[in-house]
Design a protein around this ligand. Sequence first.
Ligand SMILES: Cc1cc2nc3c(=O)[nH]c(=O)nc-3n(C[C@H](O)[C@H](O)[C@H](O)COP(=O)(O)OP(=O)(O)OC[C@H]3O[C@@H](n4cnc5c(N)ncnc54)[C@H](O)[C@@H]3O)c2cc1C
Length: 215
Amino acid sequence: MLVRTSDEGGYQGMSMIIVPTSTPGFSVGRKLKKMGNNSSDTAELVLDDVRVPVRYTIGEAGRGFQMQMAQFQDERLWICYMAVTGARRAIDRTIEYLQMREAFGKPLLANQYIQYQLAELVADIDVLHGFLHHTAERYVTGEDVTRAATVAKLQAGRLSRRVADACVQFHGGMGYAEEMWVARYFRDCRLGSIGGGADEVMLRIISMLEGMGRK
Ligand SMILES: Cc1cc2nc3c(=O)[nH]c(=O)nc-3n(C[C@H](O)[C@H](O)[C@H](O)COP(=O)(O)OP(=O)(O)OC[C@H]3O[C@@H](n4cnc5c(N)ncnc54)[C@H](O)[C@@H]3O)c2cc1C
């Protein structure tokens, strides 16, 4: 858990600590009913006068915020990989469906408008995938990839939303039906622009790294 461990303001005085769930005062509160990702529970955690020994500190005391920022590189990269591979799979399944679904005597996929819409998304997925591989290669050599991971996270959240929207659209009425995978994908992937830092937070980091605004 990232907590404030001194009165220093701002990014200083925060530490990473271990809080065993058996610690007196800790409890799991209200479970949130979410619009998606329902196979993963999300709940409020209640800390009522919880105390843990100083030896439960992870890393250096007072450097928790900086550690969390470093961890975000990792987290944001795997969020992006999940997003692009999920988006590619969604396009493949949609192509499969459009090949099978016939309207006025021919598969919907024969419609050039639909082909081009999907081709646009495939092209964007390819570009992001390439950028991610390049970033991951830099990351494993120990390079600081904060900027690239931030750019990728912003693009991945937005691209997933465009892909999900197109997939629902091209499934027609069935795309709106809960029995189809695509309705769930639409709801699940919406988290991409919020979790791990919202799109606006990514924009803020990019602005700061570009020398705009307050560091
Ligand atoms: C399903 C789920 C699982 C999660 N799992 C975890 C987890 O495991 N660990 C964890 O630590 N957190 C987790 N989170 C929390 C998640 O990281 C935050 O919800 C997310 O970072 C957004 O923060 P917030 O909810 O506090 O939004 P707020 O800070 O209340 O912001 C609300 C909205 O305001 C806008 N906004 C915020 N800041 C700015 C800004 N500076 N400029 C312009 N606009 C802005 C954005 O649109 C943002 O979405 C989870 C959230 C969800 C929904």
